[in-house]
Design a protein around this ligand. Structure first.
Ligand code: NAI
Length: 301
């Protein structure tokens, strides 16, 4: 079995001063990549800042014989995103891999959530991936090679009480993954996402018993595969936790074609509209594909 290596490759990992990002950065460095360790160094709620978080991880990588540079810009502004990408280019001359990992939490039941809580979370998770992703994507497009892995969450894909801001931002990352997978496909760029569960400061009091089974180190090898030249998938989302890895996908039921659409017909046909797991379903690969499926259903009705 040949080892997956990253010699000559440059990886940018946002929010890599601790938790999952640190683990990804170490995994890349161990496999020969040069790593730009980005971290704003604030609290789990996104307050404060310190360059020491990024520098500590760089020191760890260097101590293990790897190569890394630190950056403490915030992902949450266009200027920060540009500066992060420029730091990698200044230090290492190229960018092959971007892991959108930086994140914060501002949990609250939706009816009590204020605008600052919404903005802070959407800015870091969703806008951050766009702001860092866009300059990185341009570089990757020019060099006809790239890998982007974003960090979504079961919170956004399946729902979680008290996380309207976070869940919406994380679901947005899944959408971004699908769009960039299509836009990068002709340019040697593959874009995928993970929905991890890991014991970090973010989940300190949340995982209970599970926390002993889900160290971040179980997640990073999946990121490494998705970041590798050999990665054979594009636009996929994987649930990753403690050695359990599964594909999460968006599918739709076979549905119905109503001769006349009325509210009553929807009520009466709902069981067929909703479908069930043991019945046929579609997994459209794009909006175009979905349109084709709809046109075919209408033509055959
Ligand atoms: P963490 O709090 O240890 O790591 C997040 C890192 O992002 C921190 O080091 C923080 O300083 C950095 N960061 C925050 N705002 C930033 C900004 N504006 N610019 C640059 N860096 C910034 O937490 P963890 O668990 O390692 O989270 C990593 C990612 O995984 C996050 O996106 C999180 O939402 C996601 N995630 C984690 C899960 C878990 O079970 N730990 C579950 C699902 C998703």
């Amino acid at each position: 079995m040949t080892e997956l290596r990253f010699d000559g490759r440059v990886a940018v990992v946002t929010g890599a001063g601790g938790g999952l990002g640190r683990s990804h950065a170490l995994e890349f460095a161990r496999r020969g990549a040069k790593v730009l360790v980005n971290d704003l160094g604030g609290s789990v709620h996104g307050t404060g800042a310190s360059a020491s978080a990024a520098h500590q991880v760089v020191d760890e990588i260097v101590a293990l014989g790897g190569e890394a540079a630190a950056n403490a810009d915030s992902v949450a502004t266009p200027a920060g995103g540009a500066a992060i990408v420029q730091s990698a280019l200044d230090a290492f001359g190229r960018i092959d891999i971007l892991v959108n990992n930086a994140g914060i939490l501002r949990d609250k039941a939706f009816h009590k959530m204020d605008a600052a809580m919404i903005d802070a979370v959407v800015d870091v998770h969703l806008k951050g991936a766009l702001y860092v992703g866009q300059p990185a994507f341009r570089v990757m497009r020019e060099q006809h090679y790239g890998r982007i892995i974003s960090t979504t969450s079961a919170s956004g894909l399946f729902g979680n009480f008290g996380q309207a801001n976070y869940g919406a931002a994380k679901a947005g990352l899944a959408g971004l993954t699908r769009v960039l997978a299509l836009e990068g496909a002709g340019h040697g760029i593959k874009v995928n996402a993970i929905a991890p569960i890991a014991a970090t400061r973010m989940t300190e009091d949340l995982l209970g018993e599970l926390s002993t089974r889900v160290a971040p180190e179980w997640v990073s090898p999946v990121v490494a595969y998705l970041a590798s030249e050999e990665c054979s998938v594009n636009g996929n989302v994987y649930s990753v936790a403690g050695g359990r890895i599964a594909r999460i996908f968006v599918a739709e039921s076979e549905g119905v074609v109503l001769p006349e659409v009325t509210a009553e017909a929807v009520r009466d046909q709902l069981v067929h509209i909703d479908g069930a797991l043991d019945q046929p379903f579609h997994e459209p690969s794009s909006l175009d594909d979905e349109t084709t499926i709809i046109a075919k259903a209408l033509a055959e009705a």
